[in-house]
Design a binder for this molecule. Structure first.
Ligand SMILES: Nc1ncnc2c1ncn2[C@@H]1O[C@H](COP(=O)(O)OP(=O)(O)O)[C@@H](O)[C@H]1O
Ligand SMILES: CC(=O)OP(=O)(O)O
Ligand SMILES: [Mg+2]
Length: 402
């Protein structure tokens, strides 16, 4: 009997990092995981962790660009016996951030798919180029295994037109594909499903607000497993306050900075995407550091935290209204899973909506999905760890399986 290939390598290429994980999909176990960070910068490093093995950190290999980073990752995997031409490999799954309106499902990558992802670079300048480098390098390393793109935007394509459209001239919007796409969809899909499981209900029967708070952050309103609204828009800049991005602002801020401060469009782009959000407000984008500074009475850190959590609360209120009935609010990603102070502040004063957290549950560290609201609360508040890599592996594996 020949064994069907059952392994999936997942690549998540970010603007300055590459994350990778190798799964055995027979039991969804992780065979290896790694991260290459600060690519092209001083201090670039690769951290590779084999399942059950010793973590290895490499700073001695040159990591000038994403191609080098992926080759170095392939070498680390090969050193553990996981070669990229291994016949047990069923697919390589890629996170692709912007899929426009065209890609609503995971898609096997062809030249034509690559050309379409390339065409979307202007609406995802920080993300799609890195995703494309990941795809091209993986194709060079193994041209035979199916490569699958899993799009951040796909889960949001169910948004109704009235949530997806901006109120601007329709002809201009259509000519340039200006509309709200939404991102982090793989995480919103996975977390909303896991939240339904935690509630012991069918996903079709529950309404969930998902708050994905990582470096990039977004909220979504999910009704019966379908996304009906999300906070990111044409690009991942709209919505919540993020590590380095402003989130919602009056668009006239851009005209003002151009006319009054003499800044170019590119300079304003960098300002809003890289020098705003938490880092712009207080100089730090790591919530751990901000929390430490707040305890010392640092006023800038306190204000940054207040702005961040106030914006969250506004989105919770908005999506409560959008959904009409909310069964659960789920916090996920680096900040959402770990920062009890952010969770508490985001729902403070919402007891009238049935939204409240139990202090002990909220501050007790845990790892799996768990409730942080009291037993009696009418809306469940939960911490539900995301796993974008496993979700990408599952979708890619399902697509290529006979
Ligand atoms: N223990 C913690 N307490 C508070 N914040 C944390 C903690 N651990 C991680 N974070 C936050 O999570 C962020 C990264 O989230 P993550 O989901 O890994 O981001 P991304 O995948 O977008 O790079 C960090 O910038 C940091 O602010
Ligand atoms: C779309 C997006 O914001 O992604 P990330 O959080 O990985 O930057
Ligand atoms: Mg993440």
């Amino acid at each position: 009997m020949t064994e069907h290939p059952s392994r999936v390598l997942v690549l998540n290429s970010g603007s300055s990092s590459v994350k990778y994980q190798l799964f055995d999909m027979t039991d969804q176990s992780r065979l290896a995981a790694g991260l290459v960070e600060r690519i092209g910068e001083a201090g670039a490093r690769l951290v590779h962790t084999p399942a059950g093995g010793e973590r290895r950190e490499r700073t001695d290999v040159p990591l000038p660009d994403h191609t080098a980073a992926l080759r170095a990752a392939a070498d680390e995997l090969a050193a553990d016996g996981h070669r990229l031409d291994d016949p047990r490999l069923a697919a390589i799954g890629h996170r692709v951030v912007h899929g426009g309106l065209r890609f609503t499902e995971p898609t096997v990558i062809t030249d034509e798919v690559i050309a379409e992802i390339e065409r979307l670079v202007p609406v995802a300048p920080l993300h799609n180029p890195a995703n494309l480098t990941g795809i091209r390098t993986a194709l060079e390393l193994n041209p035979r295994v199916p490569q699958v793109a899993v799009f951040d935007t796909a889960f949001h394509t169910t948004m109704p037109e009235y949530a997806a459209r901006y109120a601007i001239d329709t002809a201009t919007a259509d000519a340039h594909r200006v509309r709200r796409y939404g991102f982090h969809g793989t995480s919103h899909a996975y977390v909303s499903r896991r939240t339904a499981e935690l509630l012991g209900k069918d996903v079709a029967d529950v309404n969930v607000i998902v708050l994905h708070l990582g470096n990039g952050a977004s909220a979504s309103a999910v009704a019966g497993g379908r996304c009906v609204d999300t906070s990111m828009g044409l690009t991942p800049l709209e919505g919540l306050v993020m590590g380095t991005r402003s989130g919602d602002i009056d668009p006239a801020v851009i005209f003002h900075l151009s006319r009054v401060a003499g800044m170019s469009v590119d300079e304003i782009d960098v300002l809003l995407n890289k020098r705003s959000g938490l880092v712009g407000l207080c100089g730090d984008n790591d919530m751990r550091e901000i929390t430490r500074r707040m305890a010392e009475g640092d006023a800038a850190a306190r204000l940054a935290f207040a702005i961040y959590t106030y914006r969250l609360k506004k989105y919770i209120g908005a999506y409560y209204a959008v959904l009409g009935r909310v069964d659960a609010i789920a916090f996920t990603a680096g900040v959402g899973e770990n920062a009890a102070n952010v969770r508490a502040a985001a729902v403070e004063g919402l007891v009238g909506f049935g939204v409240v957290v139990d202090e002990k549950r909220n501050t007790t560290p845990g790892s799996g999905p768990r409730f942080i609201s009291p037993q009696y609360a009418s809306v469940a508040v939960a911490v539900v760890p995301t796993d974008e890599e496993l979700e990408i592996a599952s979708q890619a594996f399902t697509l290529v399986s006979p």
